[in-house]
Design a protein around this ligand. Structure first.
Ligand code: BGC
Length: 444
């Protein structure tokens, strides 16, 4: 067996994001923000959402659609007008189902089919009762917005391939589908990104919220630009930070990127989000086995994306003395056979290194945003986060907090990172209510 400890030290070093590197990344991120905002070439798209922070007084019963990639969620939400929201109904529908023989995320499905499916599900949640429901739509992909209800999909991410949606206005696609399905009593008011939704949901009851992010299957952050150049008013900017490209890739990241649907795109997301963390771990372990550093059968690890993020969470959570949970997963689903306790420890260490890097990269980008909006950290900031990594991966939330403490020292006390559960769906409801109220005010 070759010298495993030396090899592991090398991996740890390649994946480490020390505070000095965090500072460099934050500075580069801040520069990329400024470039994106002024129209200079930048990997950050800095897309205006045409929506500002809520007042907390918005009051209405609205339908929210949350389209994230794996599922579509349809919610009926009551906004109390006192900073509180009540979910009256919530249904979740998978976008692919082998048994039911459909996959609306595949290239063989069309946008028409996808949006017809969503419209049918909306009808199930909001049945006609001589009522008109405003609808807010969270669409978790990079969109160029021309208005709050006009959002043209720039390109799919997260390995989705549905045909005929890129370059199209998704607000219009949904409105047309609602009409086709006879659901025109539901009127689309706003299309927003899930980060924007998360920010709105948190800011509805906490006005210190000025940054929001998704740390889940995908990754992205948005923030409030206090005086947006075109309007002179506060504007939520969807940065599409998953596309940030000033981060050095290891050989494993390069390998993953090359084999992905869109090589070169979404470089940060490919190092930080749940869609990819399991794959990075698979590539590392496979090479450890192939190069003779570890026992096991490398063929078992030859299937791309065969290690789900849930397995990584289980690996990170295992505190049993004999690492029994890890042993069970690796002998079972990973097909690695019986591993020694040292090898099991290696697996846990690799999973940890990959998860910690993800969190510290994300923390560096938030530090970059704070460097733009409040360089002295002179006021309080809440960063609202939704997504499975943040919510469920053991240690992940702590790695983010630690990153902020390493970066800002005692001033990190000004920053609260908090879960905004279901934020993207509730935020869509708030967006719809904001727009609906503005329309009514104009009429009156
Ligand atoms: C998309 C973003 C989205 C993020 C989180 C990324 O792949 O490009 O628009 O906010 O995933 O869902």
């Amino acid at each position: 067996m070759r010298d495993l400890s030396k090899m592991l030290a090398g991996i740890e070093e390649n994946f480490a994001i020390p505070t000095s590197l965090m500072k460099t990344i934050a500075t580069q991120f801040k520069e990329a923000m400024a470039d994106g905002l002024t129209g200079n070439p930048s990997s950050l798209k800095m897309l205006p959402s045409f929506i500002g922070p809520p007042t907390g007084r918005e009051q209405k019963r609205v339908v929210a659609v949350d389209f994230g990639g794996t599922n579509v969620r349809v919610l009926l939400v009551e906004l109390t007008g006192l900073g509180q929201t009540r979910i009256i109904k919530k249904h979740c529908f998978p976008l692919k189902d082998k048994q039911a023989h459909y996959d609306y995320t595949a290239a063989s499905s069309s946008g028409l089919q996808l949006f017809d499916f969503i419209a049918e599900k909306i009808a199930e949640v909001a049945p006609r009762k001589d009522k008109v429901y405003p609808l807010g739509h969270t669409f978790s992909f990079p969109c160029r917005q021309y208005g709050v209800n006009e959002a043209e999909l720039i390109s799919w991410t997260k390995e989705i391939k549905t045909a005929g949606v890129e370059g199209r206005d998704v607000g219009q696609l949904l409105a047309e589908a609602l009409k086709r399905k006879g659901v025109d009593y539901v009127t689309s008011q706003a299309v927003i990104n899930d980060t924007t939704g998360t920010l709105l949901a948190s800011a509805y009851h906490d006005n210190t919220t000025d940054i929001a992010a998704i740390c889940g299957t995908g990754h992205n952050s948005c923030y409030i630009e206090s005086r947006y150049s075109l309007t002179g008013k506060p504007m939520i900017i969807n940065m599409e930070s998953g596309n940030f490209n000033k981060v050095n890739q290891t050989k494993y990241d390069l390998c993953l990127d090359q084999a992905s649907e869109k090589p070169g795109a979404q470089r940060l997301e490919k190092m930080a989000s749940g869609q990819y963390l399991g794959e990075i771990v698979r590539l590392i372990i496979r090479s450890l086995v192939q190069e003779g550093y570890m026992n096991g059968d490398a063929r078992a690890l030859s299937y791309p994306y065969s290690l789900p993020t849930e397995d990584l969470s289980a690996v990170l959570a295992d505190t049993t003395p004999g690492l029994e949970v890890i042993a069970e997963i690796t002998a079972g689903r990973w097909g690695l056979g019986n591993l020694t306790i040292d090898e099991l420890r290696v697996l846990r260490m690799v999973a940890r290194v990959v998860a910690v890097r993800s969190a510290r990269l994300v923390a560096s980008t938030w530090a970059g945003v704070l460097g733009r909006i409040d360089p002295e950290l002179s006021r309080r900031h809440s960063i609202a986060v939704d997504g499975s990594l943040y919510e469920k991966m053991p240690g992940y939330a702590g790695f983010l907090t630690q990153g902020m403490i390493d970066f800002f020292g005692t001033k990190a006390e000004q920053i609260t990172i908090k879960l905004s559960k279901d934020g993207s769906g509730i935020g869509a409801a708030i967006a719809a209510a904001i727009v609906y109220n503005e329309i009514i005010e104009r009429i009156i």
